[in-house]
Ligand binder design. Structure first.
Ligand code: GLC
Ligand code: CA
Length: 522
């Protein structure tokens, strides 16, 4: 593929802790990934994005980075990561690493030095340390809310408070400080020098803060979300990415609802692509999905950036579970225990959604386990939960562990080949996952795995221009990519079809496309 490979790539997301365990300690690792690279090559993806593999106390699943230039010993070594990048490349798979610029771990040397130093010291300038409000500084410095719930300020014994938009173990860096900016340019070079094809940029819309850390006020620019001064940072990152041959790629995690504000990050001298969370959050409803597709394409066109199509990731409720619920949207705010779901319905829709997202123009992101149709694990024993989102909600939010359960590879009982027989994986796997293993799905043409393999392969032929087909009945999404048509039936009635079928998400009935089914036709 050309240097612009990222424009229509299929990118597979590996959550290293839960992909495959190479050394039998119950935790996934780089050796496990290396052993399964042919699985990913056969799936047909172009690149692998790895969630953070750096040394970390794992207060937030590795998004609390203690050393940006190393590998967490539980996962392996730096040499192994280099070998992994090389092995993957031999199979035609590019590697994307996850960069976490908004915050560091509280065990990062910079933060340890800041804690050891006095208020007002240069060490503390790398973070946001402040005096509190109230008579004795006993109130936090402002009214902001943590992304994980609760107060984003923690007070130290010396009376000062420090800012952490996420967990207390993730202190926010001060992006107004030149050393913070310089350090990240070096981190980019570190991984680009080791062959990374690009970076996924964590919480990319949150780095810069209002200089006064002012309260959130309606009608005023937000003090820390999507500030205008972020763009100069990403321009400097792009210059580094472009200085490599082939140029490296910047992929943003940007939760900004306004499509035009979102697209500003994708101007030609900023990031290459960013995750389309608008599409991911939409309900299983033809009008809502169509609107999202239109808004997405309209916002991306003027900046010349490709759209991305994402159904799930390590933060989001698994697709088959979400689509089987009464409310099929995704929203962090409404996550709760005990939401009923119909998994058969959800699976049927997830299959149709897979073909929809694979047929749309742009890049596709696929989170590990989606190709197996794994459901969210909603009955994890409470004492196994690890996610700070759960704990900081006071226990009302189930958290994100349910989409991070280790993959089932083979066999009929846990650990399903994820780790050595008899060893408990770091999160328990359900007892009924035997039909979902790679081994069980491998030879089955009706499996989710077969659909993804076939879809990713056939998708390469869908490079023609996108256009909605006129006269689609209500509840049907109908568009063409060149001479291939994609129809998705979200209405209650079966849809008459004509043409040669390339791929369907479920069998047709009497030549008609049933409800919650997608088809590619020529
Ligand atoms: C991003 C990650 C999420 C993490 C958070 C803080 O949203 O996807 O997993 O908890 O940033 O780093
Ligand atoms: Ca291991």
């Amino acid at each position: 593929m050309s240097e612009q490979w990222w424009r229509n790539a299929a990118i597979y997301q590996v959550y290293p802790r839960s992909f495959a365990d190479g050394n039998g300690d119950g935790i996934g690792d780089l050796a496990g990934v290396r052993a399964k690279l042919t699985y990913l090559a056969e799936l047909g993806v172009d690149a692998i994005w790895f969630n953070p593999w750096y040394p970390s106390p794992m207060a937030d699943g590795g998004y609390d980075v203690a050393d940006y230039r190393g590998v967490e010993p539980v996962f392996g070594t730096l040499e192994e990561a280099e070998q992994l990048i090389a092995d993957a490349s031999d199979l035609g798979l590019r590697t994307i690493v996850d960069i976490v610029p908004n915050h560091v771990s509280d065990q990062h040397p910079w933060f340890r030095a800041a804690l050891a130093a006095a208020p007002g010291s240069p060490e503390r300038d790398l973070f946001h340390f402040r005096e509190g409000r109230g008579e004795d500084g006993e109130l936090p410095p402002n009214d902001w809310k943590s992304e994980f719930g609760g107060c984003p300020w923690t007070r130290l014994p010396d009376g000062q408070w420090y800012l952490h938009l996420f967990a207390a173990a993730q202190p926010d860096l001060n992006w107004a400080h030149p050393a913070v900016r310089e350090e990240h340019l070096e981190i980019l070079r570190f991984w680009f020098d080791r062959g990374a094809a690009g970076v996924r940029i964590d919480s990319a819309g949150l780095l810069t803060k209002d200089p006064d850390l002012a309260d959130v006020e309606p009608g005023r620019p937000h003090p820390y979300v999507d500030r205008d001064d972020l763009h100069e940072i990403y321009r400097s990152w792009r210059a580094v990415a472009d200085s490599y041959s082939p140029p490296r790629v910047l992929i943003g995690e940007i939760w900004v609802p306004d499509a035009e504000r979102f697209a500003r990050y994708l101007r030609p001298d900023e990031m290459h692509t960013a995750f389309n969370f608008d599409f991911l959050a939409r309900p299983w409803d033809a009008a809502a999905l169509r609107e999202s597709i239109d808004t997405t394409l309209a916002a991306h066109a003027p900046v010349g950036a490709p759209a991305t199509w994402v159904l799930a990731n390590h933060d989001i409720t698994r697709t088959v579970t979400r689509y089987g619920r009464e409310d099929t949207r995704f929203q962090f705010a409404t996550k709760s225990f005990g939401t009923p779901t119909d998994l058969d319905l959800g699976r049927r829709r997830a299959r149709a959604a897979a073909l929809l997202s694979m047929a749309l123009p742009g890049a596709l992101y696929l989170y590990q386990g989606e190709e197996l149709g794994l459901p969210e694990v909603e009955d994890l024993p409470l004492d196994t939960l690890q996610d700070p989102m759960h704990f900081r909600s006071g226990g009302t939010d189930p958290g994100r562990d349910g989409c991070r359960v280790p993959l089932p590879w083979s066999g009929t009982h846990p650990p399903y080949g994820f780790t050595r027989e008899g060893k408990d994986p770091w999160l328990p796997q359900p007892l009924d996952w035997a039909p979902l293993t790679v081994e069980a799905q491998n030879g089955d043409p009706a499996s989710m795995l077969a659909l993804y393999r076939e879809g990713i392969r056939t998708r390469r032929e869908l490079r023609g221009e996108f256009g909605w087909l006129p006269d689609a009945p209500e509840g049907v999404l109908a568009f063409r990519r060149g001479d291939v048509r994609c129809l998705v039936n979200l209405s209650a009635s079966p849809l008459p079809l004509d043409g040669e079928i390339l791929l369907a998400s479920a069998p047709l009935t009497d030549g008609r496309l049933p409800t919650d089914t997608a088809v590619w036709l020529r």
